[in-house]
Design a protein around this ligand. Sequence first.
Ligand SMILES: Nc1nc2c(ncn2[C@@H]2O[C@H](COP(=O)(O)OP(=O)(O)OP(=O)(O)O)[C@@H](O)[C@H]2O)c(=O)[nH]1
Length: 407
Amino acid sequence: MGHLLYTLGQVNKKTMHKYEQESKKLGKQSFMYAWILDETGEERSRGITMDVGQSKFETHTKIVTLLDAPGHKDFIPNMITGATQADVAILVVDATRGEFETGFEMEGQTREHALLVRSLGVNQLGVVVNKLDTVGWNQDRFQEIVGKLGTFLRQAGFRESDVTFVPCSGLTGINLVNPPTEEKLLEWYKGPTLLDVIDNFRAPERPITKPFRLSVNDIFKGTGSGFCISGRVETGLVETGDKVLVQPQNEMAVIKAVTIDDVHTSIAYAGDQVSVTLSGIEMQNVSVGYILCDTTQPIPVTSRFEARIVVFNIKVPITKGFSVILHHQSLSEQAVITKLVAQLHKSSGEVVKRRPRCLVKNSNAVVELTTSRPVCLELYRDVKELGRFMLRVGGVTIAAGLVTQIF
Ligand SMILES: Nc1nc2c(ncn2[C@@H]2O[C@H](COP(=O)(O)OP(=O)(O)OP(=O)(O)O)[C@@H](O)[C@H]2O)c(=O)[nH]1
């Protein structure tokens, strides 16, 4: 993605030259493009993304916000933060022999990432089959990956027509932005570049007529009075001067300023990534994961709710009293599965068993959850974006869920 941004002119030559020199000094020159999005010293020295990097670029038909999410399994909570804000996703796999296989095995991250983005509501996917230069642009290798991953993605709930595979080399830049000149690739590939794939995504519909909700992803001191929070407007719209309710804190605040991409604006709509300056509330009373919302139609706050869950490939069956971490937007909160209400048929959704003793891998169920502190949730049928969540245990995602009832 760093190389794509550079080719699109989003990074100036001087900065790129600096990254090249500095990465060379550390013996990590091959990471010079990764440094465009990995900005912290630790990310650069370890050579991995840890937090969500954000940047912007344009295609023929769209202005795109890129959220570069970490791939390493230690940073899945950050990846979830990125994925919950995403309309579409690009899944990058390494075509090098052995590397794709490692990522695709049971414990690898390729499956988990694909399942997570699908469970979080992303249904259009571009799959970058990267590093094809390491296998001499071999068509059979590309097809092998398309075959294996394609089958898995269909099982994960992606429609075949919504998934596009694209052969690339992030290092050399081949087939990222410009049509390839590499002879070995041209022999068999006539498809889109990565930028074309992004340009061809359908723009999602924005729920701008629903009551205002903004999920807080970051909090920081601004330059003037008050402080700033950044996040995505999930539903509705927000204007400078608006009074908003900060939940679950149940405190009022005033929007002093709204900025999108560092430019002041008076109004922001559902789907916009924004920073807003808040006043009338103490900075320490706002946390990541909180929701700013409409004062007359506030978001429900609860510690007990019912949900339909899809259980992933777990080793230990889920029983009543099971402790989990609930991931909802940017929030992670301790929770307990307090009731196993019913086990459902995987495809029809009909109840196959009431009050099951346990839930095994790959099953569907209705459960009741209790969180240790109140959280902001919506019913999935009212606001999809705020009615979804993930459950994790010991660093592993065990289930994805939809809120069906709030108590
Ligand atoms: N040979 C080759 N190497 C590549 C290619 N793309 C990336 N690399 C190298 O792979 C390494 C990892 O690149 P990153 O961009 O940090 O990979 P990432 O997938 O973002 O990894 P995380 O930051 O952990 O999510 C760097 O040394 C890159 O130069 C490619 O197409 N061909």
